[in-house]
Design a protein around this ligand. Structure first.
Ligand SMILES: NC(=O)c1ccc[n+]([C@@H]2O[C@H](COP(=O)([O-])OP(=O)(O)OC[C@H]3O[C@@H](n4cnc5c(N)ncnc54)[C@H](OP(=O)(O)O)[C@@H]3O)[C@@H](O)[C@H]2O)c1
Length: 352
């Protein structure tokens, strides 16, 4: 970090990801290098305070949360709270920010991002992959390509939770065995874009169905997202996704046709070694224990390889399972990317 003060960050959208970002930073206890100074959401202050304090998935907030003068106090530090549905409804410039983290999911295009910049946000980090690659200056999967950032970008995407899980694994396995083709199924916990019981949805008939009564196939941009990060695999990946009736933690079921013969022991050895050291340490984990998904609630890794589920059929058809906390792992990557991005951006400005 190049500034003597923490980087000043605002959250636009304070739902599952926005709240996890704030809390993950709090749980890093000063090791974050960032300070959330403001948030903007459509909800009233009492609800924002309440859902910060009490979280059905991650438990009670480990600190003091109060309403103060129309804002939110977290362990005595005051956050400005705003309630605007549009980027220009907030005077971002007056907050003297280094970054807005866009966590509402309401904005998808470069034109949307530019509305934040025009309203005084110096840079925006999106908590989702954008509609097309040209909608941002860079899409980052931490551990893979953050070093490609130059510091001059203003609109950056943190990709998706599934991309953050898949890309490190695919890059490792491609380097070790060569990937000829891959087919990936995301088995994802329910999200707030699904109703609790059947209700109308204007775009997607499947999303009219109760999240807690069915396994529901949904569309996914995972294959496209992987190809943005690993263009050498373009045209060789297919993906599908199902939502399942759990509240958090998801997994990827990955099937690969490899270019050379291998076996489950060798595949697991490659993944185990990558988790133990090197650039993916702290991002990739490896376990041989008999787990269920809830064991990974509040786990900050991008991917946890479940070695007990690795299968190799014939010498070249590899199948593996990797867990990820779709909320907590991704929120931690938002912080990692923000820190890295702001580090080089502010160094660049100082030397300009
Ligand atoms: N949840 C995950 O596991 C996960 C993982 C990775 C990435 N993401 C991505 O992160 C984004 C947010 O997902 P989420 O799960 O956190 O959704 P969420 O829980 O629904 O949170 C979104 C929040 O933003 C608010 N909001 C909606 N429109 C807004 C606007 N125009 N301005 C300000 N706030 C607005 C929402 O308010 P209302 O509820 O009143 O609409 C809600 O409080 C999505 O793009 C999602 O794809 C989610």
């Amino acid at each position: 970090m190049s500034l003597s003060r923490p980087y000043r960050v605002a959250l636009n959208g304070y739902g599952r990801i926005g709240r996890c970002v704030l809390r993950a930073l709090h749980e890093r206890r000063g090791r974050g290098g960032l300070e959330v100074v403001a948030l903007n959401d459509l909800a009233d202050l009492a609800s924002l305070e309440y859902l910060t304090r009490f979280d059905s998935t991650h438990g009670r907030f480990p600190g003091q949360v109060h309403q103060v003068d129309g804002g939110l106090s977290i362990d005595g530090r005051c956050l400005t709270v705003m309630r605007s549905a549009t980027p220009e409804g907030v005077d971002w410039a007056s907050l003297e920010l280094d970054l807005v983290m866009e966590c509402s999911g309401a904005w998808h295009t470069r034109a949307d991002g530019e509305r934040f910049l025009a309203a005084g946000a110096p840079r925006v980090l999106f908590s989702q992959p954008m509609a097309s690659e040209s909608d941002v200056d860079a899409t980052v999967v931490y551990g893979i390509n953050q070093h490609h950032l130059s510091g001059s970008e203003r609109l950056v995407s943190n990709a998706s939770c599934t991309t953050n899980c898949a890309v490190p694994l695919l890059r490792l396995l491609d380097a070790a065995f060569g990937i000829e083709y891959a087919s990936i199924t995301t088995i994802h916990s329910a999200m707030n874009d699904q109703p609790v019981i059947d209700a109308y949805h204007h775009e997607d008939l499947r999303r009219t169905r109760s999240a807690f009564q069915s396994v529901i196939p949904v569309s996914t941009g995972l294959a496209r997202g992987i190809e943005r990060l690993l263009p050498e695999l373009a045209g060789r990946i297919q993906a599908k996704a199902v939502r399942v009736p759990t509240v958090n933690v998801s997994c990827l079921d990955i099937t690969l046709q490899t270019a050379r013969d291998t076996d489950a022991r060798e595949v697991n050895r490659v993944l185990c070694e990558a988790a133990a050291g090197g650039p993916l340490q702290g991002l990739l984990a490896y376990t041989e224990l008999p787990h269920a998904s809830c064991d990974f609630n509040h786990d900050p890794h991008s991917a946890i390889v479940d070695a007990s589920q690795t299968r190799v059929s014939g010498p070249r058809l590899v199948n593996l399972l990797a867990w990820f906390d779709n909320e907590w792992g991704f929120a931690n990557r938002m912080l990692d990317v923000a820190n890295h991005f702001l580090g080089i951006a502010t160094t660049k400005n100082e030397h300009a």
